[in-house]
Design a protein around this ligand. Structure first.
Ligand code: BGC
Ligand code: BGC
Length: 863
């Protein structure tokens, strides 16, 4: 039996994992929810959290766990406050690339561009710069970075918010971003957890809006091995980096919702990875009261059941749940401790101020509670400029993330051309203004950011046309620009006269609540938008020096023209943010020697990638099913390698204005302690402070109630009447997991024991070094990439494990040294429930792309 709770305040029931049909994937239960214990470098923050939570009343703890409702306060999400102890409402704000819904903030390059840099330092610096801006606006929790979607589908709408379909590349940059944000004093949120790989059907109401009559949101089928080796991998890195928050996702995983899935939250995240921070729901991804609490969710966002419903699964209902004994006190105490521990861990207590901007209006003055025009009429936007000199970093990342895919003596340009043609709408500005479309929900003019909640307002946007024109004018040349993609005749005419044609094309995508030109978040196809192929061909057929620049959310199909003899250069510039034009000009004119590498594969066709999106309701009126286990770990380059598909440009590929040579691969085995699976038990759950009689949690006398606002207090000591839950008191054993309330010491999982899993997984087993030489005559960047073949019949040919972006002067040589950990060489063993280094021979490969690996060595067997 499958119950559907959306829209009902189903306090006493658990809707999780009830798919009993044999043909549907099933998510096994794992209870009780592990309580934080302050392990590792959380110790100090945990102790401070315990101290303060011990002083809180039940209602105060509940207030931390529940948002105040959609648009009831200034940020996209805000928790209740605890004024008595000096804890203000916590402000949660999008996005992974800058502050959404604000002004005087920077618009950073997207995550996919960070991936293209393969540069850990830039990932960290961008995170830190964002953190500074968020902190200055009074934001406590940044809703980013993203590693879900990972990129199982090349056409997935939100892939660009994250990094790369390769889990190791993503994991490293995800973790560096988390560190940067948190070092600036803001809690980072690793999202969307987990297997949230597509927009179609991600939320039932959204799917219904597109005309699909489905009872539940999409379920991703993920087997245990694929989960560990692919989707969970970067989240383990984020936990290891100390991330304070994780956002559970809209989709179901094996037919249990992401925010009440005891397997993914209780078992994988908290018991196995040892996560000490808190789990917040994605906006309206919360579907049950008791169910989500016992399955490991810690914060409900934005707090109401659906936007502005004035009801909540938590708030007063969480208070009721503790009072009537369906939720143990230790669980709510643990929620509050986890939230406060994250707060102290990043030093938020020293920075915390109320938000000085409003998400909901750009007017200076407005109502405190805008959704209901209530509260003080006040200066909601204080117009605080938080940008510092971040423009320099943005410009640098934009240039250093530009991948040079083809160069036949075309680049770099000098300023000597008599006539430069700048062609394509993607070179120019959006006629409606850079922020002309809400949440960037259109593709007009140059594409520097895709659409959805993962956006920020541009403080300005330097277009390619602007920046390139400035270059050309310095050489007293001429610029003919044609930005009408349907006027191929004008494009041809300009191209014919030009000594170089710079053609700008793009492809966009975004979040499912906005559909642009029939792309319902996910892309309909991988082709260029707005007649792009014809624009390129019109130029190339008329100009023998045609350089194509692609702004896109991921791979696009370029088969029609990439090998055209007149296409002398191709660059992928991704989604570079506010300095777009300056960044591309830096590369085109050689001030920056390109060193980026493609963070995804460029296939000839959509079919060459496998792993199709689910775009039709494929389970009747039930939850559509996306079988991610079909592809398993074979996504992107691993799929191409397995099926002998030749890509146009492979994962990891990218040219430079100089050349490099790799030599002298050395491998040294290191001493490492034996890997002993963890055994023993946890401590028993603790409670902090005590729960009083229900009468203590009634709405305080004289408390003024704002309409729609979610409060922790109850209306009456008659708990049933207070709850508003039509199913109150219904205690079907099937839906109340027996062990969910058990606070006794629990067995530890074999693969657990530290932040990100067993600490032995991170022991170094081998040291590897290689000599990299710049064999050309200009300085440049190279990214040595180390891949491993794990052996075994069902393993990818190679998987990326280590990389580093190096800067070498002309003719300089440098020895690059790295190490391989146990995790790097292991597979997830489903039976042992642990990482195991199999007896198959491990071979390592080093080179500068997934298919250019000149050096190799086999490793001696280790365990
Ligand atoms: C998105 C999240 C976002 C949240 C708040 C959701 O729909 O999936 O990424 O953080 O809304 O805007
Ligand atoms: C909001 C987003 C949110 C989305 C959820 C939109 O109206 O602006 O923040 O991600 O709804 O579907």
């Amino acid at each position: 039996m499958k119950l559907n709770w959306i829209g009902a305040v189903a306090l006493t029931a658990v809707s999780a994992a009830s798919a009993k049909q044999d043909d549907l994937a099933y998510s096994p239960p794992f209870y009780p929810s592990p309580w934080a214990d302050g392990q590792g470098d959380w110790a100090g923050a945990y102790q401070r959290a315990v101290d303060i939570v011990s002083q809180m009343t039940l209602a105060e703890k509940v207030n931390l766990t529940t948002g105040t409702g959609w648009m009831l306060d200034k940020c996209v999400g805000q928790t209740g406050s605890v004024p008595r102890l000096g804890i203000l409402s916590l402000c949660l704000q999008d996005s992974p690339l800058g502050i959404r819904f604000a002004d005087y903030n920077s618009a950073f390059p997207a995550g996919i561009n960070v991936a293209a840099t393969w540069d850990k330092t830039l990932a960290y610096l961008r995170g830190q710069a964002m953190g500074e801006e968020f902190s200055d606006k009074g934001i406590d929790i940044q809703l980013g970075p993203a590693a879900g979607p990972l990129g199982a589908h090349p056409d997935g709408g939100r892939n660009w918010e994250g990094f790369s379909p390769d889990p190791a590349l993503t994991g490293v940059l995800f973790a560096e971003t988390v560190k940067g944000i948190q070092d600036a004093g803001v809690i980072a949120t690793a999202k969307h957890y987990i297997a949230n790989e597509q927009e179609h059907f991600r939320q039932r109401p959204e799917a219904q809006g597109y005309g699909f009559n489905v009872s539940d949101s999409l379920s991703s089928t993920v087997d245990d091995k694929t989960m560990h080796e692919l989707y969970l991998w970067p989240f383990a890195d984020a936990v290891r980096a100390g991330v304070g928050a994780i956002m559970c996702s809209y989709n179901q995983i094996n037919n249990s919702y992401g925010c009440e899935n005891s397997e993914t939250l209780n078992k994988l995240l908290k018991a196995e990875l040892g996560f000490q921070g808190f789990v917040m729901s994605d906006w309206s991804a919360h579907h049950s009261g008791v169910g989500a609490a016992l399955a490991g969710m810690d914060m409900s966002m934005p707090g109401d059941v659906s936007f502005n419903s004035a009801t909540s699964f938590w708030g007063a209902n969480l208070t009721v749940g503790v009072l009537n004994g369906t939720i143990p006190q230790w669980r709510v105490d643990d929620m509050a401790v986890r939230i406060m521990a994250a707060y102290y861990k990043v030093g938020r207590d020293t920075k915390h101020t109320p938000p000085n901007f409003s998400s909901w209006t750009r007017d200076e003055y407005g109502f405190e509670h805008i959704a209901v025009s209530a509260g003080a009429y006040e200066r909601v936007n204080q117009l605080v400029d938080v940008q510092r000199d971040h423009a320099d970093l943005i410009r640098r990342i934009g240039a250093e993330s530009t991948v040079l895919l083809k160069n036949e003596d075309a680049l770099p340009l000098d300023r000597k051309e008599k006539l430069v043609a700048i062609l394509g709408e993607d070179a120019g500005s959006n006629a409606w203004g850079a922020n002309g479309c809400d949440d960037r929900g259109c593709d007009n003019g140059t594409l520097a950011m895709a659409w959805g909640s993962g956006t920020a307002n541009f403080p300005y946007l330097v277009t390619p046309e602007q920046a390139i024109q400035n270059e050309v004018l310095q050489g007293r040349g001429n610029v003919f620009a044609v930005t009408d993609n349907w006027n191929l005749k004008k494009i041809a005419t300009a191209a014919k006269q030009a000594s170089v044609s710079l053609v700008f094309v793009n492809a966009d995508s975004g979040e499912g609540y906005i559909s642009v030109d029939g792309n319902e978040g996910d892309r309909k196809n991988l082709t260029l938008w707005k007649n792009g192929d014809n624009v390129v061909k019109a130029a190339a057929n008329n100009c023998n020096n045609t350089v194509v620049i692609i702004h896109s959310v991921g791979p696009v199909l370029i088969k029609e023209w990439y090998d055209h003899p007149n296409v002398t250069g191709i660059l992928w510039a991704g989604l570079p943010g506010q300095e777009s034009g300056n960044s591309i000009a830096d590369v085109l004119y050689g001030r920056v020697n390109p060193g980026a590498k493609s963070p995804f594969t460029w296939g000839e066709t959509r079919e060459s990638y496998g792993s199709p999106l689910v775009t039709e309701a494929n389970n009747g009126n039930g939850a559509p099913q996306s079988d991610l286990s079909q592809a398993g770990v074979f996504i992107d380059y691993r799929h191409f390698d397995k099926y002998n598909e030749t890509p146009i440009y492979e994962f990891g590929y990218g040219l430079s204005y100089t050349t490099f040579k790799f030599s002298d691969l050395q491998v040294q085995q290191l001493d490492a302690p034996e890997y002993i699976p963890t055994t023993g038990k946890t401590e028993a759950a603790k409670t902090f402070g005590k729960v009083e009689d229900a009468s203590q949690y009634l709405y305080p006398e004289g408390q003024q109630r704002v309409q729609q606002f979610i409060y922790p207090w109850i209306n009456s000591t008659d708990l049933k009447a207070s709850s508003g839950d039509p199913l109150y008191g219904w205690k079907d054993e099937q839906y109340i997991p027996k062990s969910g309330t058990d606070g006794s010491a629990q067995p530890r999982l074999p693969a657990s024991g530290g932040a990100g899993g067993h600490s032995g997984l991170y022991d170094d087993l081998f040291q590897v070094s290689v000599t990299v030489e710049n064999t050309g005559d200009v300085a440049g960047y190279e990214v040595p990439q180390l891949y491993v073949s794990l052996g075994g019949p069902n393993e990818p040919k190679v998987v990326l494990r280590k990389f580093e972006r190096l800067y070498l002067e002309a003719s300089q040589q440098q020895v690059w040294t790295t190490t391989l950990t146990r995790r790097d060489l292991a597979n997830w063993d489903v039976a042992a429930q642990n990482w195991v280094i199999t007896s198959h021979t491990k071979t390592i490969y080093v080179g500068n792309s997934s298919r250019k690996l000149p050096l190799q060595a086999s490793l001696p067997h280790v365990q």
